[in-house]
Ligand binder design. Structure first.
Ligand SMILES: [Cu+2]
Length: 291
């Protein structure tokens, strides 16, 4: 008994030491590299992952313990052949049922989280139409009206300008994705979520998703479906701001300001900070020789 408690103490100290040295929390330890999302949905997925990691670790430790126990308890002690046994039916039933229960529990929580991530509210706070095309993005705010022209406010990227998608925090945001040509995929790594944009899927249910962003900041977005020669150029930036700033931004846009002017009017960088327009190889080479 004394030996066992000393072993437990050494193990606990070791774990604590490893945590202190690596400077990470228990949460991070069990996340095993899973990134921190900035949305409610992303955080739910992270919790599911951590729960699954803990379950896997418990199973792993139990298996290692049983292997060690069997190896030590039944090690060779002489030349005499040990008692031969076969077919322990109750044991076999138990080790068939236990994994089944583990899988059922994991499946149960996976379905709960998946339903939560795919959930759509009846009245989202903000709706944004995302149009993907070869090879850039357009972000439209359908509930707004630009004073010159009467069209909804929108931001479109080109080869010299990264489009910035401005979002409010703490509000449910619905994205309605559409593609003008081929299959693209809307991916913001920090959302821990991506959705393929299949042409012809507009007005369906498969092109819509919702998130609630919880952190202000700049986050890179990408196209995650190889869509042609300049697929890699399809970067954009998510700029999440407070609800008040978001209102001011849209008001500035409605008054006729450009994306970058309106961003600067709310104290934000007018250009993307997480990524920049890709230069064509030739331009890059000329720039190098000039320098
Ligand atoms: Cu694409």
């Amino acid at each position: 008994m004394a030996r066992r408690s000393r072993f437990a103490r050494v193990a606990a100290l070791g774990l604590l030491g490893a945590l202190t040295l690596s400077g990470c929390s228990v949460d991070e330890l069990f996340a095993i590299g899973w990134p921190d999302g900035i949305t409610d949905e992303g955080r739910r997925m992270r919790e599911l992952w951590i729960g699954s990691g803990i379950a896997a670790m418990v199973v792993g430790v139990a298996v290692w313990a049983m292997i060690a126990w069997a190896a030590i308890r039944y090690r060779k002690r002489g030349t005499e052949l040990p008692r031969q046994t076969a077919y322990n039916l109750p044991l076999e039933i138990v080790y068939t049922i236990i994994p089944f229960i583990i899988i059922a529990v994991l499946f149960f929580y996976t379905v709960i989280v998946q339903n939560r991530v795919q959930q759509r509210s009846d009245e989202p706070d903000v709706t944004i139409a995302v149009n993907a095309f070869k090879w850039n993005w357009q972000f439209v705010y359908p509930d707004t009206t630009d004073s010159n022209g009467g069209e909804p406010v929108s931001t479109v990227g080109d080869s010299n300008q990264i489009p910035i998608l401005v979002l409010p925090v703490d509000q449910t945001i619905r994205f309605e994705l559409a593609s003008a040509d081929v299959i693209h995929s809307f991916w913001v790594p920090e959302f821990l979520f991506k959705l393929d944009i299949v042409p012809g899927n507009e007005n369906g249910r498969d092109n819509v998703f919702e998130v609630t962003v919880r952190e202000e900041g700049s986050y890179v977005g990408r196209c995650a479906e190889l869509c042609g020669t300049y697929h890699a150029f399809m970067n954009f930036e998510v700029r999440s701001v407070s609800a008040e700033d978001f209102e001011d931004y849209l008001a500035a846009r409605e008054a006729g300001q450009s994306t970058s002017e309106a961003l600067e009017s709310i104290g934000q960088d007018g250009v993307a900070t997480t990524t920049r327009p890709f230069e064509l190889e030739r331009q890059e080479r000329t720039a190098l020789t000039r320098d």
